[in-house]
Design a protein around this ligand. Structure first.
Ligand SMILES: C[S@@+](CC[C@H](N)C(=O)[O-])C[C@H]1O[C@@H](n2cnc3c(N)ncnc32)[C@H](O)[C@@H]1O
Length: 257
């Protein structure tokens, strides 16, 4: 499982500021439709990129709570949201939220549920802390649909599978909608948000992540050091030939309590 230490926090902070992830955040914010003075929770707030935008949307008389497991991620969030008095940060687990029932008008959880050991507990907690009529936005990725041009497609598939296999809840988008309905959420909507890099740029999501994909696959002993080196070298060659292509879908789920 990915540990969000200082190094990982810096990597996520950089790769989540690339244009395709900025677009994903804008779509998530649009899905939440925050209004002035509302109370919002970003569960698994990471480095605070979405939380900052949520805080600006609810304004200084609103409340934007950010909760995350990782101290190192929260340090980034604190620096990012400094001066926004409506922001409150705390360390904790999304499986046991330190908030009263019906505290929030809206709740977001992006790219976090895949790491959570007890998914059912986290989803129950989300339902519990939302007010009746409260809105939820959850965003997750399904790596089985990832596309990358490479010289060895079966090796690429193994490397992407390793990314999913290292988490307790891989490929959540396929099964999230019925889980939300079972809990009592209504009006569920799902949209696909492609992260598409149709040519190579250092300032792209996938460029920032290639080494991490290889590292996770090596750590799980699903590929050898040699295979991982060959994979990265093969991609470098395609970059030189201007033949880079990457795409993976993220899925945004919105619903109402
Ligand atoms: C890929 S990052 C996403 C961060 C942020 N939501 C975003 O989209 O920018 C995953 C985050 O989930 C957090 N996380 C994982 N399991 C958690 C749990 N059980 N409770 C709270 N946070 C958790 C990690 O510490 C990390 O900050």
């Amino acid at each position: 499982m990915e540990k969000y230490d200082k190094k990982a926090a810096a990597l996520v902070d950089r790769s989540y500021q690339t244009p395709e992830i900025v677009n994903q955040r804008l779509r998530t914010l649009a899905g939440l439709a925050l209004r002035r003075d509302e109370h919002v929770l970003d569960a698994g707030c990471g480095t605070g990129l979405l939380l900052e935008q949520e805080a600006l949307a609810v304004g200084s008389k609103g409340r934007a709570e950010g909760l995350d497991y990782s101290e190192d991620m929260l340090e980034h969030a604190a620096a990012r949201c400094e001066g926004l008095e409506q922001v409150h940060l705390q360390q904790g687990s999304v499986e046991s939220l330190p908030f009263e029932n019906a505290s929030f008008d809206a709740l977001s959880c992006t790219q976090t549920l895949l790491y959570v050991d007890h998914l059912d507990r986290a989803l129950h907690e989300f339902y519990r802390v939302l007010k009746p009529g409260g809105r939820i936005a959850i965003l997750e990725t399904d790596w089985t649909g990832a596309v990358l041009n490479s010289h060895d497609q079966s090796l690429t598939r193994r490397i992407f599978e390793a990314w999913d296999l290292g988490t307790p809840n891989p490929n959540l988008p396929k099964r999230l909608r019925p889980l939300l309905l079972e809990l009592g959420f209504g009006a569920p909507r799902v949209e696909a948000i492609p992260v598409l890099n149709s040519s190579y740029s250092e300032n792209s999501f996938s460029a920032n992540m290639l080494e991490s994909y290889a590292r996770v696959a090596r750590r799980q002993e699903l590929v050898s050091q040699q295979e991982s080196d060959d994979w990265l070298a093969g991609i470098d060659k395609l970059i030189q030939q201007n033949e880079y292509f990457f795409c993976v879908n993220r899925f945004l789920f919105t619903a109402i309590k």
